[in-house]
Design a protein around this ligand. Structure first.
Ligand code: FPP
Ligand code: MG
Length: 341
């Protein structure tokens, strides 16, 4: 089964999709594709067949998303927690990944035609070397595409991702690239594996479970969460349709809380810069509170100018740090993808 199915949308689906598109559409949807094993049990087939059909459903869902102009999709394909499953099941899932990422490399021409860029958020070092290499090749060979984005979270959990981001910032401080006061919410955000993507507008979890299971905890703080009872391999176009309708009903409330949160982040950064600037000024003046101009308009202007200077220096430092981080990540992928197939 190919990653992107070529089948044309059915007439009635296309008609209904066009009605939906008259409203606000999610640009980025995340999926927790749950229920593969229950599906296999229900159908009296092997567990591995449930996962294989789960992949086929992913390919079909990507087609529906493309047809509905949803340009970014993020899926939970393998959680770090999944390593605790039986060795046989983990081996089966690794074999499926091996086959599908190898297939993806053969489909490069099709991916280029649709402009699909593949990213694989997760701690790839936890995977067998050959799968790391296949993933790195898939990621680097599509890195020039920018029309659609498919993020296949593999060996991923959100807590692991956030811990890694904190570690990266600690590395930045250790290397002298960052100052401790540069650590902000937006810097942490930019250190996540998902830093190149906007937060998902909507997250859909199938199989009736109503929890996030350590998936995109940070990124879905203001997303529309939709829980559906259908098992993932049985997910239909109409399940997706219903979820998008739910998003549209909640659209304005979501935009409002997002805007309010953006304002909060900006305000907190301004306050932080001002407090660093004040510390600097007091330090420069010797004893705190000695300044005879304190409280005057001239003093307020001096503080504002100092805060602007602090913000400017902080932005320069964080840019240099983020470039260093990007170089580190790119080097990892390039080194792996240079390995002979
Ligand atoms: C959850 O169902 C599904 C998984 C742990 C694996 C998801 C993987 C795929 C759909 C295939 C994608 C593969 C690639 C290479 C992209 P479950 O096993 O938890 O089933 P259950 O909830 O019924 O027990
Ligand atoms: Mg499950």
């Amino acid at each position: 089964m190919s990653w992107i199915r070529e089948d044309a949308p059915k007439f009635f689906q296309k008609f209904c999709a066009n009605i939906l598109k008259a409203g606000p559409m999610p640009k980025h949807i995340a999926f927790i594709m749950d229920g593969n094993r229950r599906f296999a049990r229900k159908q009296h087939v092997e567990r591995q067949e449930g996962h294989t059909q789960g992949f086929d459903k992913l390919a079909q869902t990507l087609r529906w998303c493309l047809d509905m102009d949803v340009r970014e999709v993020t899926v939970y394909a393998f959680s770090i927690e999944n390593f605790k499953r039986s060795q046989e099941e983990v081996d089966g899932l690794m074999e499926l990944a091996r086959q599908k990422f190898a297939r993806l490399l053969q489909e490069k021409e099709k991916l280029d035609r649709y402009g699909v860029r593949i990213r694989v958020p997760g701690d790839l070092t936890l995977l067998p070397q050959d799968i790391q290499e296949l993933i790195a090749k898939a990621v680097t060979s599509t890195s020039h595409n920018d029309k659609c984005f498919l993020n296949v979270c593999f060996a991923y959990t959100s807590r692991h991702e956030i811990t890694n981001a904190v570690r990266e910032m600690a590395w930045g401080v250790e290397q002298g690239l960052l100052q401790p006061s540069d650590v902000t919410e937006s810097l942490l955000d930019q250190c996540l594996y998902t830093s190149h993507s906007p937060d998902p507008d909507m997250l859909i979890r199938t199989s009736g479970e109503v929890r996030l299971s350590d998936f995109l905890l940070w990124q879905t703080a203001y997303s529309c969460l939709v829980f559906q009872s259908v098992l993932w391999p049985e997910f239909t176009f109409w399940n997706l349709y219903q979820a998008i309708l739910r998003y549209q009903v909640n659209y304005h409330a979501i935009q409002e809380v997002r805007a309010s949160h953006r304002d909060d982040v900006e305000r907190e950064e301004r306050e932080l810069d001002l407090s660093v600037a004040l510390q600097r000024l007091r330090h420069g003046e010797g004893v705190a509170g000695d300044d005879p101009t304190a409280g005057t308009a001239a003093a307020a202007e001096e503080e504002e100018e100092a805060a602007r200077q602090v913000a400017c220096e902080r932005r320069e430092r964080t840019q240099r740090f983020l470039q260093a981080l990007e170089r580190k990540r790119t080097a990892y992928f390039e080194e792996l993808s240079a390995e002979p197939a």
